[in-house]
Write a protein of this length. Structure first.
Length: 598
């Protein structure tokens, strides 16, 4: 009979772990969070502002049975809390411990970054106390997000009919809106490039830095560029291309969006399943390490095994050097996302994986292994051609050694082979053409480039990117539309961002959001107190809110200069879950509606 209880969040994780343990262990799942801030009390915040922001936690609706089952199972048992190894997981563990009245001074918290038998058993043998610094950091984040989410969203709904606002979401929206304005204001300029067309290749006229040719200049150069073209310079040299580091949460999502045509949230959902365990011939195995991380380091054990595998499979010349770097905003709490075993190759795992799981696992596996392999070597040839002192250039490239590209595709360089050319050779161009071009604005953000920009600016953390993307894309928000997988800010999105900038710029901006993340990191590291951060934010935010409530103009529905056919009142444009529609201004007394297209 079991005398030890292990509690995790996910039923899938519980099933995997239970296969590693004997009958003395029972493994149960909380099915995610069990408590949250109450929605009652002043402002529905669930926080006692006058009493150091004391939180009022309530069991989430539908979770009473799970809590009661956990309490019954925990009676007279040694309880281990094995929730995910991050701040949110620590907070969930604390909520469970509080509900089960566990001793917080007892070493009953176990953590592992991969769900394999060895990792789980090692964690059980090395429990620690709950890290209240991590818990406090997560709870302050939750409190601040609740204050902004409830108070600011309510204001926007009443004033400009916008659905929501958020600490990270609104700054990300501002990035989209600022770029949208820049693109709309962009005025293209005409310029010309010149190509000389030969039998086997095309050469480009060399422009000086920042030089742009107008039509008159281009026509003059075309006229002067007469045969023969004389080879004036041939430069051949080798260049190397380094492998990329293993995936972090951010780079995995960017890669899935770019190479797998998969949303960041879908990629994370699949990665979660790979982490929690896949049935391989009757044994449930976690195939990857924890997928919420900003670190690129890997364990010595994995690096050692992988180097042996590379040597055995591809040869010594394919062995690279292992390097890891730490960036300014990096928490570095866990390893990079990597396979739990280098011997679980994608080919071996494919029969046990769904198509989408296989595609994500293959990218994770190959990127991690490739990061430990040697550079790819290319021979690059640059040839200059002179036609009456007009200089043209053509480049060729040839792969000499594939290195890490043996296993990982990352926008591979295609060979462009030039004919054998030497200085003094004379060539005749079939034609010389002036090509009209226009300057282009910056491309709009897609999910990958927006996540990359957020990470660069220090906005949000690995666990927030996918959720932020889904919120910005949500049809019921009407902040953006997606065209060719890129974010286009709507009029409602621009209005929302402009109003937030006008009234809440001190707290809804890149620098403040970044400094907030850094302060939350400081709390997690035990360097600062949590109440100070909350009170400083609240004292800064509330006067802004009161000013906006007083001075932000209320925007009513737009009249369309047409009477309602049912009651005669004005018809207006409204926004519903599926976008704009025509409705009666006498709503709810008159419920006449029609589509705008009609």
């Amino acid at each position: 009979m079991a005398d030890k209880l292990i509690i995790v969040e996910s039923p899938a994780k519980a099933r995997t772990i239970s296969t590693y343990l004997d009958s003395s262990y029972e493994v149960m799942a909380s099915v995610g969070h069990v408590r949250d801030l109450a929605t009652s009390g002043p402002g529905g915040l669930g926080l006692d502002i006058e009493n150091n922001f004391k939180p009022d936690y309530r069991i989430i609706r539908g979770k009473n049975k799970i809590i009661n089952d956990l309490k019954k199972a925990a009676k007279d048992k040694e309880v281990y809390l094995a929730t995910d190894p991050d701040r949110e997981g620590e907070a969930i563990a604390w909520h469970i411990a509080d509900e089960l009245e566990l001793d917080l001074n007892k070493e009953n918290r176990i953590v592992f970054s991969e769900i394999t038998k060895d990792a789980v058993l090692e964690a059980i043998n090395n429990p620690r106390k709950l890290d209240m610094n991590l818990v406090n950091s997560q709870e302050v984040r939750r409190a601040i997000d609740r204050i902004i989410g409830f108070k600011l969203s309510k204001l926007l709904q009443s004033k400009i009919k916008s659905k929501s606002a958020g600490r990270v979401q609104s700054v990300a929206l501002k990035l989209i809106v600022d770029l949208e304005k820049e693109i709309r204001a962009f005025i293209p300029e005409e310029y010309y490039e010149i190509d000389a067309i030969f039998k086997d290749f095309k050469a480009n006229y060399i422009l000086k830095a920042k030089e742009r040719l107008n039509k008159e200049q281009a026509d003059k150069i075309v006229k002067e560029s007469t045969n023969p073209f004389i080879v004036s310079k041939v430069d051949v040299k080798d260049s190397s291309r380094k492998p990329q580091p293993p995936f972090t949460t951010s780079t995995l999502q960017q890669d899935a969006i770019t190479y797998l045509s998969m949303s960041g949230s879908r990629a994370m959902s699949i990665a979660q399943r790979l982490y929690e365990g896949i049935d391989i011939n009757g044994e449930v195995v976690g195939l990857i390490t924890y997928m919420r991380t900003d670190s690129t380091r890997m364990s010595n054990q994995f690096v050692g095994a992988s180097k042996n595998y590379i040597k055995e499979t591809y040869g010594t010349k394919y062995l690279g050097t292992y390097k890891t770097t730490k960036t300014a905003n990096q928490q570095d709490a866990h390893e990079a996302i990597r396979p739990t075993s280098v011997y679980n190759t994608p080919e071996k795992m494919q029969p046990y994986l769904e198509s989408s799981q296989y595609r994500v696992y293959k990218r994770i596996y190959e990127r991690a292994v490739a990061s430990l392999m040697s550079n790819a070597i290319f021979e690059r040839t640059k040839v200059e051609l002179n036609a009456n002192n007009n200089i043209y250039e053509v480049s060729g490239v040839r792969e000499k050694f594939d290195g890490f590209l043996k296993v990982y595709e990352a926008g591979q360089t295609k060979d462009v082979i030039l004919p054998e050319l030497k200085v003094g050779d004379q060539l005749n161009a079939k034609s010389v053409e002036a090509i009209r071009k226009e300057t282009q604005p910056k491309p709009r953000y897609n999910e990958a480039s927006l996540i990359k920009e957020m990470e660069k600016l220090g906005i949000g953390r690995p666990s927030t990117y996918a959720h932020t993307m889904e919120t910005l894309k949500a049809k019921d928000r009407h902040y953006t539309t997606m065209d060719k997988r890129r974010f286009h800010a709507t009029d409602q999105g621009i209005l929302t961002s402009d109003q937030l900038t006008e009234f809440f710029e001190p707290v809804i901006n890149v620098n403040y959001t970044k400094s907030m993340e850094e302060s939350l990191d400081d709390i997690a590291n035990g360097e600062v107190g949590d109440v100070n951060l909350l009170s400083n934010f609240y004292n800064k935010f509330i006067p802004l809110l009161e000013n906006a409530d007083k001075n932000m103009k209320k925007i009513g529905p737009k009249k369309i200069d047409e009477a309602c056919p049912k009651c005669g009142h004005d018809l207006v444009e409204r926004i519903g879950i599926n976008g704009k529609f025509i409705g009666c201004s006498n709503f709810p007394k008159c419920k006449y509606t029609r589509n705008i297209e009609e």
